[in-house]
Design a protein around this ligand. Structure first.
Ligand SMILES: NC(=O)c1ccc[n+]([C@@H]2O[C@H](COP(=O)([O-])OP(=O)(O)OC[C@H]3O[C@@H](n4cnc5c(N)ncnc54)[C@H](O)[C@@H]3O)[C@@H](O)[C@H]2O)c1
Length: 438
């Protein structure tokens, strides 16, 4: 054990989890936490609740649970609040989402019926398929940001919270590229006052969170905290940020399979990914401008993992296509098909087919939980800006400008665990293994 380098403030008191977008993912997460607390299910898929971490040598047999190794908020310390463009309570929204069975939703009805979303910051230009009515009004975007800050402060007071985190679970917004107004905090704040159309609703929530010293995690692929203005604010306020786009379903499998093929130096000529899904997320993504945001996020993964610039013979001609089709009969039960055309010894062609019948929000809910707990932990560690060690959870992990993001799930996990060891002053695991044979 080396010397402890970072002083972590203990997780005392209640943690408020603030969620813009109380749809399928958010309600599956909240119902799940409440049901788990009642012993009605297990937090499967959550590293903070089920994962262990090896300390020291393999022969030491020292593998505590992560939640026992570091100071994390407990599930019973969580309070939930959020915003939506529809006024449904968490109970009604969870019932309409049809992800969690009625018996689970009803079992926690009393606790979740009182969770009612506050009016949203919404701009139909960014999500054309939704026609929400539960929406804030204000002269300027700065007014709207102030209203979000007031919601947060009121919630903190009412629930007697000691800390808060924000996790965006709202719809994917239309594709946006960084532009002048996003470059500095000063320009961004002028843009808020002048109602600059290139400032999206998600940026207004993020600005409000960072100004209030609240960590912000982005579960969708839209441009939000990954602009210089927000990173500047995060540094000034000493707040951690992370994103973007929860890594679930098809991309999760992609980042499991692709590193394996590359590790064995197998070539890949083509990867065709098809999806059908019928939830509201699917409906929003049916609009081309919103699909483009998702497509960019999904496409970036393979290039980064396979590194065609290092292995041109194996990957330079890779044809990677992603299709998402809105198909209402399936609801949240997404089905995906992947066809992988690979190349082996003496250039012989082979194929792999993957057919994943998943439940989108069941895969996303534990990620929301882990991000809420780890982002709060990061803040208590005194960290600010991009939290690269949380890349594990994202399809498009944020990284410092000029730095390639890490997509390989196993490298991401090793990075996350080594960060925890580092913070706690434990030796890092190098997997060298020589010490057992010397
Ligand atoms: N596995 C997954 O489910 C998964 C994986 C990765 C990313 N995501 C992303 O997570 C987000 C949520 O997914 P979902 O399945 O819960 O979708 P959903 O449509 O069920 O929920 C999104 C909610 O956000 C609300 N909303 C939209 N704009 C808002 C705004 N400006 N302010 C407040 N609320 C707003 C909508 O009314 C809706 O209730 C989507 O962006 C999705 O792309 C989901």
């Amino acid at each position: 054990m080396s010397e402890k380098k970072i002083n972590v403030t203990p997780a005392e008191g209640k943690l408020g989890v603030l969620i813009p977008g109380m749809g399928a993912v958010a309600t599956t997460f909240i119902v799940g936490v409440k049901a788990i607390l009642k012993g009605l299910g297990s937090p499967i898929g959550s590293l903070t609740q089920m994962g262990s971490i090896r300390l020291g040598k393999r022969t030491d047999n020292n593998n505590p649970l992560i939640k026992d190794f570091i100071s994390l908020a407990g599930l019973s310390d969580l309070e939930f609040g959020g915003w939506d463009v529809f006024s449904d309570s968490c109970y009604d929204a969870a019932s309409k989402a049809h992800v969690v069975f009625k018996q689970h939703v009803d079992a926690v009805r009393d606790e979740i019926e009182t969770i009612k979303p506050w009016k949203a910051v919404f701009d139909p230009e960014y999500v054309t398929r939704l026609h929400g009515t539960h929406v804030k009004t204000g002269k300027t975007k700065l007014d709207l940001a102030k209203q979000v800050m007031e919601d947060m402060a009121r919630f903190k007071e009412e629930k007697k919270l000691s800390r808060m985190v924000m996790v965006w679970c709202g719809s994917t917004e239309a594709y946006l590229q960084p532009s002048e107004v996003h470059q500095t905090l000063e320009k961004f704040e002028k843009g808020l006052e002048n109602n600059d159309p290139l400032i999206s609703p998600s940026m207004i929530y993020a600005y409000a969170a960072l100004q209030s010293g609240v960590p912000y995690a982005n579960g969708a692929p839209n441009l939000t905290v990954d602009i210089p203005a927000m990173l500047e604010l995060a540094k000034i306020k000493n707040v951690p940020v992370s994103g973007k786009d929860f890594k679930t379903g098809q991309t999760l499998l992609k980042t499991i399979v692709a590193p394996g093929l590359k590790a064995r130096m197998l070539g890949v000529k083509g990867w065709f990914s098809m999806n059908i899904l019928g939830n509201r997320d699917g409906e929003v993504l049916d609009a081309p401008e919103n699909f483009k945001t998702k497509e960019e996020s999904k496409l970036s993964v393979l290039e980064q993992i396979l590194e065609p610039e290092l292995y041109p013979e194996l990957y330079k001609d890779l044809c990677h296509k992603v299709r998402i089709n809105y198909y209402p009969p399936r609801g949240d039960n997404k089905e995906s098909w992947d066809n992988i055309d690979l190349v082996g010894w003496l250039n012989y062609n082979m194929q792999i087919k993957i057919n994943f019948l998943c439940k989108d929000s069941i895969l996303a809910a534990p990620i929301v939980l882990d991000l809420a707990l780890f982002m709060d932990y990061a803040k208590r560690c005194g960290f600010s800006g991009i939290q690269e060690w949380l890349s594990f959870y994202y399809k498009s992990p944020m990284a410092a400008p000029g730095l390639k993001p890490e997509h390989d799930l196993f490298v991401q996990l090793a990075k996350l665990k080594n960060n925890l060891r580092y913070i706690q002053g434990e030796d890092l695991i190098t997997h060298l293994g020589r010490e057992y044979y010397d």
